[in-house]
Design a protein. Structure first.
Length: 346
């Protein structure tokens, strides 16, 4: 990994230098305001990029018939069988992704019928995933004329996601209003403030009714409002209740979206929609897709909570546009054996 620290008067200038020297996949590790030798305020940016990995062997397509029952096979044994020319069954691959067993059984039962009707395995899996979970694009998720609040556990990447969305909306000619309720974490608001400054705008940190009135007056009419929140732990439901009460007291009606890091363990992931039930969640947003190659828990959580999937993020680089999860992408990912740490070379 190559790491570079630089200073620039504005975030836009820093991003341009980072893209030129480290490439478009560079990850911003930290940003802070500093004073240079001339006594001027400037930004200090630290960014990193992984060195290219050597090409890996492509996983062979899955073509074997699907068994009626699912018999999980250890991952290393499956890898050995694949290298010997034996292709693992799709239920075995789905098990390695951590997909709940009842969903694996449902897919294993339905897929052969679709394949016998002439659909390929990839087409059949895509169709079935679309039945298990609905998928929404950015426009449908971020409905114009609404405030959108983003909830999630520590490290979910809510602030970075909101910054990405603000940049993308700005590039499309729409300036989103940026509001933060995160007055708990030291420096939690600074990244949002820097993003707004880069876009020629101002973000607002809300601590009470008087500040929300001033913020709404300063923002004026906006296509959408994006609201950041303090990190919420699912095993402390009182924190969710307190935030909901705070939001109600401020008088901000908002559509709520649950931000879940894709590498969160399945048990904690499943608890989050339950803890956030009082917010009448509108969608599930996946972040940190680059931190795992297992996506079964994500699908299982969305299906169990009956929440649409759509918005997603794959790294912490504000300059990298948010992603849109699709049934095609998810079907392709779930049909491929998840890679393990020992399979990546430094």
């Amino acid at each position: 990994m190559r790491i570079k620290t630089l200073t620039a008067p504005k975030m836009a200038d820093a991003l341009a230098i980072i893209r030129q020297e480290l490439g478009p996949e560079a990850l911003i590790l930290s940003t802070r305001k500093v004073t240079n030798a001339a006594g001027e305020q400037t930004l200090e940016i630290t960014a990193a990029v992984n060195e290219p990995e050597p090409p890996s062997r492509a996983v062979e397509p899955l073509t074997t018939p699907l068994p009626a029952t699912v018999l999980p096979t250890p991952r290393k044994a499956m890898a050995g069988a694949a290298s010997a020319g034996q292709v693992p069954s799709l239920p075995e691959v789905l098990h390695q992704h951590g997909l709940p067993e009842h969903l694996i059984a449902k897919l294993a039962t339905a897929l052969p019928g679709l394949q016998s009707a002439g659909f390929s395995q990839a087409e059949a899996l895509e169709m079935l995933l679309s039945k298990l979970v609905s998928f929404r694009g950015p426009t449908e998720t971020l409905k114009p004329g609404h405030a959108h609040i983003f909830l999630g556990p520590p490290g979910a990447g809510k602030t970075t996601l909101i910054a990405k969305l603000a940049v993308q909306l700005h590039q499309g000619g729409r300036n989103a209003g940026l509001i933060s309720l995160d007055d708990h974490k030291l420096g939690g608001f600074e990244a949002l403030a820097i993003t707004a400054e880069t876009l020629g705008d101002t973000a607002h940190l809300i601590s009470g009714a008087h500040t929300i009135k001033a913020a709404m007056h300063a923002l004026g009419p906006r296509p959408v409002l994006l609201i950041d929140t303090p990190a919420l732990t699912p095993y402390q439901p009182q924190a969710f209740a307190a935030l909901k009460q705070r939001l109600d007291n401020l008088g901000i009606p908002a559509q709520a979206h649950l931000v879940i890091p894709a590498d969160l363990n399945a048990d904690d992931m499943a608890v989050l929609p339950i803890a956030a039930h009082r917010f009448n969640l509108q969608s599930l947003v996946a972040t940190r897709l680059d931190c795992t190659t297992r996506y079964g828990a994500l699908l299982g959580t969305a299906a169990a909570a009956n929440l649409p999937l759509g918005l997603a993020s794959h790294n912490g680089n504000v300059a990298a546009a948010p992603l849109t999860l699709t049934p095609q992408w998810l079907a392709q990912s779930l049909a491929t054996l998840p890679r393990q740490p020992w399979e990546f070379t430094s």
